[in-house]
Design a protein around this ligand. Structure first.
Ligand code: NAD
Ligand code: ZN
Ligand code: ZN
Length: 337
């Protein structure tokens, strides 16, 4: 099978021919139809984070495809089902996080395209209990970005407390942000979108943002404070200054939700202001299987639009350059059909 492989954090990915893997008893094998290119895959390929994957590995955690082999312990899904393989490749299923709906915090978890091989390949193995069924009629090219960009921002909006009567700042209208904006609108919030390219600002307007701020020339915090300040701010831009801007945009009692993960991600938190303003700063990591099922249902109901361009896996390295240069409409998706 064809696979895009990270061999070295400082070298481009290599397209290789690998044997088709065989599922263990608890696994399924998925013939991949589509896999999105999340910015996280770039961090993985570059070894950006304190906890690094071990090359060689196959990235990709927005893999969607058809089950073509099933281990004999698998009960929930069947041969021929279309499923998604998200970042949460598997968790222990027994710890207090797992049993209280916080499987995404399980200390024993494995991650697709990071600690185990992911979806940048014609086939991928996955744990039968952790794949998520893709509803009938949902286009795999849409399902792929929803599998990380969708579920992550859906969860971030949930934990942010956005609701009617609140004002939500969405910082970064990329793969994640263009969906975050839509979920914040679904939650009923007044929305403010921030980005640094004309195309993304135009996209934000098209998707119905109530206010749009260009961080290249405008003082984000001053503009947001002029509107009354943000009750919630969701940080999706791969930029430390954007975290600072988002924090400074909050009104008293506001919540900053950190999601983006730049290589050297830091936020200077003034303790006095944070205490006096009753500010909450929280991190949010992907979402659960249930969150993803809800994301798929919303999309099937026609409530969200996935903005994406399909690409050939052979072009993986130019695709990464395009994302880093901000030249992508929102999400690139490898079409492996
Ligand atoms: P992306 O490259 O598609 O989008 C980033 C967007 O931010 C782009 O539109 C870019 O123009 C914009 N931007 C850059 N600088 C900005 C600034 N100063 N102000 C406002 N906007 C700015 O990336 P993505 O795939 O959406 O991922 C975003 C980040 O989220 C990455 O760091 C990724 O690793 C992380 N991520 C986190 C989770 C999680 O669970 N916490 C899940 C997926 C991705
Ligand atoms: Zn991702
Ligand atoms: Zn667990």
């Amino acid at each position: 099978m064809k696979a895009a492989v990270v061999r070295d954090f400082t070298a481009p990915l290599v397209i290789e021919d690998h044997p088709v893997p065989q599922p263990a008893p608890h696994q399924v094998r998925v013939r991949i139809e589509a896999c999105g290119l999340c910015h996280t895959d770039i961090h993985a390929a570059h070894g950006d984070w304190p906890v690094k994957p071990t090359p060689p590995f196959i990235p990709g955690h927005e893999g969607v495809g058809i089950i073509d082999a099933v281990g004999d312990q698998v009960r929930h899904v069947r041969l021929g089902d279309r499923v998604a393989i998200p970042w949460l490749a598997e968790a222990c299923g027994h710890c207090d996080y797992c049993v209280t709906g916080w499987e995404t915090l399980c200390p024993q978890q494995q991650n697709s395209g990071y600690s185990v091989d992911g979806g940048y390949a014609e086939y991928a193995l996955a744990h039968g209990d952790y794949v998520v069924a893709v509803p009938e009629g949902l286009d795999p090219l849409d399902a792929a970005p929803l599998t990380c960009a969708g579920v992550t921002t859906y969860k971030a909006v949930k934990v942010s407390g956005a609701r009617p009567g609140t004002r939500a700042l969405i910082s970064g209208i990329g793969g994640l942000g263009h969906l975050a904006l839509q979920y914040a609108r679904i939650a009923g919030a007044e929305t403010i979108a921030v980005d640094i390219t004309d195309e993304k600002l135009a996209l934000a307007r098209e998707l119905g943002a109530d206010h749009v701020i260009d961080a290249r020339g405008q003082d984000v915090a001053a503009e947001v404070q002029r509107l009354g300040g943000a009750d919630t701010a969701i940080s999706l831009a791969v930029s430390n200054t954007s975290f600072q801007d988002a924090y400074a945009s909050l009104r008293r009692g506001g919540t900053l939700v950190l999601v983006a993960l730049p290589a050297d991600g830091t936020l200077d938190l003034p303790v006095f202001d944070t205490v006096l303003n009753g500010t909450r700063v929280i991190g949010s990591i992907v979402g659960t299987r249930q969150d993803l099922a809800e994301v798929f249902r919303l999309h099937s109901l026609g409530r969200t639009r996935v903005i994406r361009e399909s690409r050939d896996l052979d072009d993986v390295n130019t695709c990464i350059e395009e994302v880093l240069a901000g030249k992508v409409s929102a999400r690139l998706v490898f079409d492996l059909r």
